[in-house]
Write a protein that binds this ligand. Structure first.
Ligand code: SF4
Length: 407
């Protein structure tokens, strides 16, 4: 049975997952010469730099980026006309020295979680326009509590220019400078410098606020006949991955006719009630886009006995075409890196997974949401998927310079 409150509404801020996060439990203070190191720099251009953690030299000198990697960072910034100490404020994902043997080490996820509160407070106090995150610890600090999936490594995150809607700042991940110095690979240095330059170019750009949207939850589908757009994004929430097994069904569907608007509905029981939607699907004059369109295509054929006509774009393939790194084509990842919106699916996603993960015909728990307090959330989640698909499609087709000629 669903409870009265969502997990988000009842969780503790200091113990979001039931664990204690504090300096005492982190335990790094006693091993540091400069415990709880303060941010350093005059912040004249609104840039915040977040490194992985203080080095031994930083700890001795009492300020971030005092070592060779810091000097390299300073030189690189200076080449782009930025004075690290005057124009930026520098800090780390943890404020104390983490050591292994006689050298500094990357902080553990737990140490990062303990220190997160102070890092988030610095962001809220400084309100940077641009946050350059050097290495994965900074990314874990900034989004680890909001990103409920596997974070992956820095290779997946570097180079994106993320308009983070919670921080209201551009977040730009890049490799940590010590990696560039230690690797001695000129190609890595070139990529790193490009990432830094691209990030610094955002100083000339205002922060990109997410546009407002409207979601219409409908029960009578006749209104779909009034859609005048020649392009829609569609998305289904279903009882599983594959439609063929007994008991499977399309639970709800969403149709976005613009980048800011979506119709969403529980799939009616009868073909007659579904007809306006089926007509839209089979109308070749209305172009269709989806994330991984073979999913919607197969479910339409099998469960709605309708062939979708007018497929024009697949945002998953578009993401892969524009960036062939592994693990970057998912809609939730793209929604965060392109629009800065994170975690809109966390309440619903557990219900969309089957207990038999390896069985494509397994049935998930989405039907449990119907008739309960999360039914509306499910519909909104489905609607947001199509809104972000539509927006992604607009970005991708512009970048690829692709126009939808006759369908
Ligand atoms: S690293 Fe952060 S959480 Fe850990 S002891 Fe130092 S200030 Fe406290």
């Amino acid at each position: 049975m669903s409870g009265f409150f969502s997990k988000k509404e009842v969780q503790s801020n200091s113990r979001p997952d039931g664990k204690i996060y504090s300096c005492a439990s982190c335990g790094l203070v006693p091993g540091s010469m400069t415990p709880k190191m303060e941010p350093w720099g005059n912040f004249k251009k609104g840039i915040m730099i977040i490194g992985p953690g203080p080095s031994i030299k930083d700890d001795k000198k009492g300020k971030p980026f005092s070592d060779d990697a810091g000097r390299f960072l300073k030189r690189t910034f200076s080449n782009f006309g930025i004075d690290l100490e005057e124009d930026c404020v520098c800090l780390n994902a943890i404020n104390c020295l983490a050591i292994s043997g006689d050298s500094s080490r990357f902080p553990t996820d737990y140490e990062i979680s303990c220190c997160r509160k102070s890092i988030l407070k610095y962001i809220s106090d400084y309100q940077p326009h641009l946050i350059i995150v050097l290495g994965m610890p900074g990314m874990i600090s900034l989004i680890g509590h909001r990103w409920k999936k596997d974070m992956g490594g820095i290779n997946k995150w570097r180079g994106w220019k993320i308009p983070d809607q919670d921080f209201k700042a551009w977040v730009c991940p890049a490799y940590e400078p010590s990696l560039i110095l230690d690797s001695n690979k000129p190609e890595l240095e070139t990529v790193w410098k490009q990432d830094i330059e691209n990030a610094l170019n955002l100083l000339k750009q205002p922060f990109l606020r997410n546009k407002k949207h409207q979601i219409d939850i409908i029960s009578d589908l006749k209104i779909l006949r009034e859609i005048s757009s020649d392009l829609v994004a569609i998305d289904y929430e279903t009882t599983g991955l594959k439609p063929h097994g007994p008991g499977h069904r399309i639970v709800c569907a969403s149709v976005s006719d613009t980048a800011d608007h979506s119709f969403v509905f529980l799939m009616p029981e009868t073909r007659k009630e579904r007809q306006p939607f089926l007509d839209l699907l089979s109308n070749p004059a209305i172009g269709k886009t989806a994330q991984n369109m073979k999913f919607e295509d197969t479910w339409s054929r099998v469960r709605l006995r309708t062939e979708v006509k007018g497929w024009v774009w697949d945002t998953m393939l578009g993401s892969h075409l524009l960036d062939n790194r592994p693990d970057v084509t998912g809609l939730k990842f793209q929604t965060y890196v392109q629009f800065g919106v994170i975690d809109y699916d966390s309440e619903i996603s557990p219900y969309l997974k089957s207990s038999e993960e390896k069985n494509g015909n397994g049935i998930n728990r989405v039907m449990e949401l119907l008739g309960g307090p999360l039914e509306k959330k499910l519909l909104e989640y489905c609607a947001l998927d199509t809104i972000y698909e539509y927006r992604l499609m607009e970005i991708q087709t512009k970048l690829i310079n692709y126009s939808f000629l006759p369908f």
